[in-house]
Design a protein around this ligand. Structure first.
Ligand SMILES: [Zn+2]
Length: 431
């Protein structure tokens, strides 16, 4: 299998079976319910894990929860710890709705402080970091590789670390430097001890420490959104390699979810939190929506594309209605051809439709299940009592007792199903 790597700007082969394949994906900063766009790296990482395991690899996935960050302090002055704890639970609840399972490790920054302090100490001892006014800064000038990941090397100005994290510019020896440790400030309700005084870690060092704690000094894949290449991942790389670890071998950056390009309806604007989107559209529609775009490309969200994704879900669901299939071997190689080539999910989706039209039921079931869509086949079989109600309704219609037919339709709908009249009878579809 090969994947596009941001660092080398080309396709890189994964090691031979059975690996291991160790993966670290940057998870959310927890201060609110996650939005559907935040779910993209989660979905990608879980799909990758499932496919690689299916391929015979020994996979370990760590996906962190950033629960110490300026955004959290700002969102809940004096109560950031409570907010972060609640929002961490929301994140797990909301991503659980997708039915893709969970990463092997979901470390939190608050649980990794000793490792973070140790890593900063190593950088200070090695001359790659310096304490200043209770803070500690990374000394970019001491790390010549700085800027290579983001392609900004040589462009001094483009490498100035933005002060989104409220850093004290006057303490920096170089505007490219960034904070590893920040002295405790008035109004921050969480604080930890360190050799440089009380404070808390910077965002970037948290991920370096968490990745190494669970995956070791070298691992195969580091993932996250495109928006993290600079400065977050550039800084992670500098910290970890500066401290002597090889760190990630492949950097995979997913494209952003974009709401632009089409006027959004008010309803969609209101359902952008993942939880609401799943409630409104159903988990299968959301997963099919993510399948439609290659992970490296932007993905455009609108009512129209969600409606198209829902129509595709219906097409697959209808295919399985009342279908008896012969046991056959899934055509694994056909799917491997597209997934092993930079994990091309739009081509996988096209293959699923091809299998559907060619009546390759076993392959289709297997392929959909891999992406968490096996329920499209299961949902086709409604509970027996509902089927009995629908049959009664068909008889009522046949004898032109439309009042009784309507009553039975209502009874079926009350149980969350919709009965539809089709050429050769009826079908039951979950609402
Ligand atoms: Zn990170």
């Amino acid at each position: 299998m090969r994947l596009f790597d941001t660092y080398s700007r080309g396709l890189v082969e994964l090691p031979p079976l059975p690996g291991p394949i160790r993966m670290y994906f940057c998870g959310p900063t927890v201060y609110q319910r996650i939005h559907i766009g935040n779910a993209r790296p989660f979905v990608l990482s879980m799909w990758m894990k499932r496919w690689l395991e299916q391929s015979g690899y020994d996979v370990r996935l760590a996906e962190n929860i950033t629960d110490i960050n300026d955004k959290i302090y700002r969102a809940a002055p004096g109560a950031s710890a409570e907010l972060a704890a609640a929002a961490s639970r929301w994140y797990v609840e909301d991503t659980d709705l997708l039915g893709l399972g969970r990463p092997d490790h979901e470390p939190k920054a608050t649980e990794t402080i000793p490792e973070i302090v140790e890593l900063i100490g190593k950088l200070v001892d090695g001359g790659l970091a310096y304490p200043a006014g209770g803070d500690v800064y990374f000394r970019v000038a001491a790390f010549p590789e700085y800027g290579r990941l983001s392609g900004r090397e040589g462009d001094h100005k483009a490498l100035h670390n933005p002060s989104e994290e409220a850093e004290r510019e006057e303490l920096k020896q170089d505007p490219r430097d960034f904070a590893l440790w920040k002295a405790h400030k008035e109004g921050e309700d969480t604080v930890w001890e360190s050799p440089w005084g009380p404070g808390r870690p910077g965002w970037h060092i948290e991920c370096s420490a968490m990745a190494e704690k669970f995956l070791g000094p070298v691992f195969e894949i580091h993932g996250g959104g495109n928006d993290l290449v600079f400065p977050h991942h550039e800084n992670e790389l500098a910290q970890s390699r500066g401290a002597g670890s090889e760190f990630a071998r492949i950097w995979m950056h997913n494209g952003m979810l974009e709401l632009t390009g089409e006027k959004m309806s008010k309803s969609l604007g209101n359902i952008v939190p993942l939880r609401d989107a799943v409630e409104e559209w159903g988990r299968e529609t959301i997963l099919l929506f993510f399948l439609t775009a290659h992970w490296r490309k932007p993905i455009h969200l609108s009512d129209a594309v969600l409606a198209q994704a829902r129509a595709q879900a219906e097409t697959f669901r209808n295919y399985f209605v009342g279908l008896e299939h012969e046991p056959e071997e899934p055509e694994r190689d056909e799917l491997a051809r597209v997934l092993d080539d930079d994990f091309n999910t739009p081509d996988a989706l096209a293959l699923f439709h091809d299998w559907r039209t060619r009546g390759r039921t076993a392959s289709l079931l297997w392929g959909l299940a891999l992406f968490g869509l096996g329920s499209l086949a299961e949902a086709a079989s409604a509970p027996a009592d509902l089927v009995a109600l629908a049959e009664k309704r068909s008889k009522a219609r046949a004898s032109r007792d439309f009042d009784e037919a309507d009553r039975l339709r209502g009874a079926i709908e009350e149980q969350g199903w919709e009965v539809r009249d089709v050429a050769d009878g009826f079908e039951l579809v979950p609402k």
